[in-house]
Design a protein around this ligand. Structure first.
Ligand code: SF4
Length: 179
């Protein structure tokens, strides 16, 4: 049984204060998400933690079914300069990796984070898992694991819309699978 009070303290201590507890079986996984990765995303084949370097959709579903509790983190940002997005994502994803580490060493050996954006821990990403420059910390983003983020976060009352301009506030989501 997860100690939610202790986990809440870890989340808050790491400045991730906007979150909801989730039953990972409520995460919506869909084949269309993988098609959007394959046809329409620049990172396909160019990021060591994005498709085709993530499991097939059926295996993603199995992965989520192995957890009983998790958390979805809501992260917002508005940037004047769109070029700052990469540095911001790198910084947030590093903090999320540290959050996963702290939950892991607290005793949740299954803890696994899905970053709020594609990995970006390195300035230049390798193209394959074998060549990844930071195999211990790299994690996929929810979309890379077939998560329909729109349908999933709507279940928890969070906002999400397609943005048509870079100067709009972004609503990003990371998922921590706990046990
Ligand atoms: S750790 Fe670096 S090389 Fe590995 S997936 Fe992330 S950005 Fe790419």
């Amino acid at each position: 049984m997860a100690d939610q009070t202790l986990l809440q303290k870890i989340f808050n201590d790491n400045n991730f204060t906007d979150y909801r507890w989730i039953d990972p079986s409520e995460i919506v996984v869909a084949q269309w998400v993988r098609m959007k990765c394959m046809y329409g995303c620049d990172s396909y084949g160019r990021n060591a933690s994005c498709p085709p370097n993530t499991p097939p959709i059926a295996e993603c579903r199995t992965f989520f079914s192995e957890f009983r509790i998790g958390a979805v983190f809501h992260i917002t940002k508005r940037l004047d300069d769109p070029e700052e997005r990469h540095a911001w994502s790198r910084e947030v994803n590093r903090s999320l990796a540290e959050l996963e580490r702290q939950v892991f060493i607290t005793g949740y050996h299954q803890a696994f984070m899905l970053f709020m954006d594609n990995c970006k821990l390195c300035r230049e990403c390798a193209n394959t898992r074998a060549a990844c420059r930071n195999k211990k910390l790299a994690r996929p983003c929810p979309e890379g694991m077939g998560v329909d983020v729109f349908a999933t976060v709507a279940k928890f009352g969070y906002p999400i819309t397609v943005l048509d301009d870079y100067d709009q506030e972004m609503n990003r989501y990371a998922f921590l699978l706990i046990e």
